[in-house]
Design a protein around this ligand. Sequence first.
Ligand code: HAM
Length: 435
Amino acid sequence: MDDKDRGAPPDLAPPKGTTDLLPPESWRVSRLARLAMDTFAGAGYGPVDTPIFEHTEIFERGVGATSEVVGKQMYTFTDRGGRSLTLRPELTAPVVRAVLAANLQRGPLPVKLAYAGPMFRQERPQKGRYRQFYQVGIEAMGSALPAVDAEVIEIGSRFLASAGVETTLLLNSIGHVDSSCRTGYLKLLVEYLEEQRDRLAPVDAERVHTNPLRVFDSKEEATRAALEGAPYITDHLCDDCAKHFESVRALLEDLGVGYELEPRLVRGLDYYTRTAFEFVDAGGQQGKAARLGSQNAFGGGGRYDGLAESLGGDALPGIGFALGLDRILIGAGGGPDDDVAGGPVNAYVVAIGAAAARPALSLATRLRASGLGVDLDLMGRSVKGQMKDAARSGARWAVILGDAEIASGESTLRDLTSGAESRVALEDLAGLLAP
Ligand code: HAM
C-alpha cells in the first residue's frame, strides 16, 4: 500500500475523557486496587468479575430508566446480532444479575463479593470525572439486618483512611419503596415542589413528576434555594425503616465510625432503599451544600432491597458501595515512593563488557525465577549508562558482573543507597537479596 492510500495517521491521543495509565501512575492505581481487594477479602468478600458489557436492559431495569446514568450517560451499541449492549456504567446491577444467574441466593447467605475495574459513563469530562474510570467496591446480598449495613460502611471508611484520604461519611435513610413511608413522603414532596415550581431551575421542574427525590441532587442554585423548606424523608419513615436506621446508627457508633446525618442525600441511582451513604472529601473548603454535588464524592452506596426483583429474580436484599479510584488518587496526593518508578524491582544486573551480557541475562533470569524483582540493560548501554538505568529502576542493589567476577563465580554487589560494595558468590545472591 502506498503512503498516500493510508490516509491521515490516526489520532494517538486516547478518546476524550479517557487516559492511558502508565508508570508511575499505573503503579499507584494497581497498588491501591490491591490494597482494596485485600481489605475486602479480609472481611470475607471474594472477588467477582463480570463482563465489561451487559444487555442494556440490565441497567434500564436495575439502575432505573429515570436515572441520569441510564437516561443520559450510557455507552449503548447494537452488536452484529442486533442485540442492544451497554458498557457497564456501574457494577451493582451486573453483580446481582450474576448472583441470580448462578442461583447463589439459594446457597449460604450473605453472598459477599468484591470488585475492582473500569466503568464507563459519557459525562462531560473534568478533573475527577472521566468517561472511563475505575471503581473498587463490595456487595453483600441476602441479609436485611442492619449489621450488614454497618459492616459494609465500616469497611469502606477503613479502606479510605488507609488509602490516605480524609473523608466525611454522610448518612441518610430514604425508606423502603414498598412501605408506606416512601410513597407517602413522595406525595408530600411533590406537593411542596409544585408550590415551588416557579423557583425551580427548568431541568428540575421537569423532574417533579418523573423523579422528585432526584431534585435534591440538583446543583442549580435556584433549586437549592427553593428546597430550603422541603420535607425530609427521614422525618417520614415508617416504623420498620426508622428502626432499621436507628440500629445502623447505633452499630456505627459501636464500631467507632463517625458520620453526619444528611437528610438531602438521595444518591443518583434508582435502586436504593433505606440506608444511603456517601464518603465525601473532608479536606476541601467546600461548605455542606457544595458537598452534595457528586464531584467531591470519593464513593457511595446503600441498600438495594428491591433490585433482584426488578431484574426478575427472587427477593434478595443487598447493600454495597463503590469508590472511585481516580478521585481517591487525586485526594491522596503523591505518596513518598511515587517519585521513583515504584516497581517491585529489587536488583539490577550490570554487565561490564560485551562478554558479560549473556551471563548477565542468565543471572537475572535465575534470580527472577527465585522470586526476586530483577531488571537489566537491554539497550547495549555503557557501564555508566547501566548504573544510571539501575538508579531509575528503583532497585536497591546493583549486581555487577565483569570478566573477573565471571571467572571466580562471583558478582560485585553494590548497595545503591550507601554505595558500599562487596564480593558475593553467585549462589548466595538470591538469599542475600531477598527483601
Ligand atoms: P456512584 O455514586 O454512581 O455509585 O459511583 C460511585 C463512585 O464512583 C463515585 O462516588 C465516584 O467516586 C466514582 N465515579 C462515578 N462516576 C465517575 C466518573 N465519571 N469519573 C470518575 N469517577 C466516577 C455506584 O456506582 C453504585 N454502583 C455504588 C453502589 C454499590 N451502591 C450499592 N452498591
